[in-house]
Ligand binder design. Sequence first.
Ligand code: SF4
Length: 578
Amino acid sequence: MKVLKIDLSKYRYEIEDRKDLFEEWIGGTGVAVQLLKEEMDLRADPLSEENVIVFAIGPFTPAYPLASKTVAMFKSPLTGNLGESHAGGRTATAIANAGYGAIIIKGKSKKPVYIVVHNDKVYFRDARVIWGIADSLIVGRIIAENEKGRGIRTVMRIGGGGSNLVRYACVTTETYRHFGRLGLGAVFGSKNLKALVVVGRGSRKIPNRHKYKEIYEKILKLALESDAMKKYHLLGTAVNVNPLNELGALPTKNLKATKFEKAEEISGEALAEHNLGRRIACSHCPIACIHIAALRIPYETEPYFYKTIMISYDYEPIYALGSMLGIGSRDGLLKLIHKVEVYGLDAMSTGVCLAWATEALERGLITENETLVKLSFGDVDGYLRAIDYIVKQPNEFYKVLAQGVEKASEVYGGKEFALAFGKNEMPGYHVGHATHIGYLIGLRHSHLDNAGYSLDQKLKEIPPPHEVVDKLVKEEAWRQVLSSLVVCFFARGVYKPEIVAEAFKALGYETSPEELKMKGEKIYREKLKLKIKMGFDPDSLRLPKRIFETECFQGRLSEEYIREALRYWKEKYVLPLV
Ligand code: SF4
């Protein structure tokens, strides 16, 4: 597998054969950890020229269905340590067809540029005229008009969020998919990089075509019969709104409650019935979980004239910009999701920051002198204006809020209701102890690291804290294999160790389920070591009081239980690596 290294400071690039790395570390996350260790001063400021971005794909792309994701790894400007974000769309197949297993971006351009990769050629295009365009959709459209490769290219770009260094800005790819979490958009912005376009026209030789066809069909059949297919094709991830609300696990109004009286209005069922325009899929995915709503906006001056905006929705933006902000109107919710999409912001971080600001305003910690607009739960217009301000940062308050809720609560108070874990804003689950332990010890502080929210729903009774930690770490270790392959987590029920080993065999590599599991554990340890070297301190993990005040599916949570879990995790998993 080849690695493309691009140096923005020198406008140069080189291509290296790194078969060694992919053989040892599979691809994706496993390889990205090693490349960052090789290429980066790990103590560097995340917004400095020294930060390095690695995009990595795995050995199953584009060979097998649902191997549709790309891993981005970097130092996060939001948390100050490991940044890792996964996106679908067309990015993974474009990188694979261009002939690479990974693309590294180093340095900083003197002027705004966007990069175009056409197989083994790299072009640095002047982006001064598009740098100031805040709408990431327009940026994508302009670049698409000017570059070749329609239908096979990926256009990864930033909007105003990334250009203005909002620390939770995302990178948008193919309009509806995102490297959403932990601020990759701000890292692009700090490098004067507006976009990365990749066009690939290569193909791949399969050594054992007969075996390959057999396992391909098996995987496809399993995917078509999987839970994800049934659950997510019809309603998308928005299917989770009603069940979580019924469980009493849907964070509502800055987690003052876990049941939202208007949940039904913004549920997957209601969106599908009233707003669904179409469904689309990432490349090479038969599930097609991406749901796109059509929102009709009337022209103010002309009767019967409308513009129709297509807006992708998922569970997480519905939680963060819906229930968390008390928004119960579908049109209002879609307008907020669209606003965040336009600027290229992480919806979860934005929603949690605004929810904190609303409560801080209610409690008098800040005033409208700071917020410049009245923020109250349920008021769409106030939030739409506040999102503009987060991007434009017209005063000190918004400069701070653009750094995340952890920073904002350090400066203005209200830490007890600032819902960040490891400085990353909270995902949309308040299910039980494992949920929050999962956010805290997960190496990305994401619900996807170890799915604690799912473990809580399966537990018949609450086990001792160390058992929960061991289960979460075991899950996270196996997920390192999936993130190295890099398959969509919705296919985790398909890509079991036995199937993965069989799929490798058809591509000419011998491995076993046991060897794969051991590799997952090894990658987990390597990633944790990298996180520590980047500055992570387990003693700095903060527990927001709010999670102990608001009852959830498991009832009232015990602070001592979670603290005991953290002590155990530190001793068993962190200290041996320091
Ligand atoms: S299941 Fe959804 S997110 Fe996963 S690859 Fe398919 S379309 Fe993309």
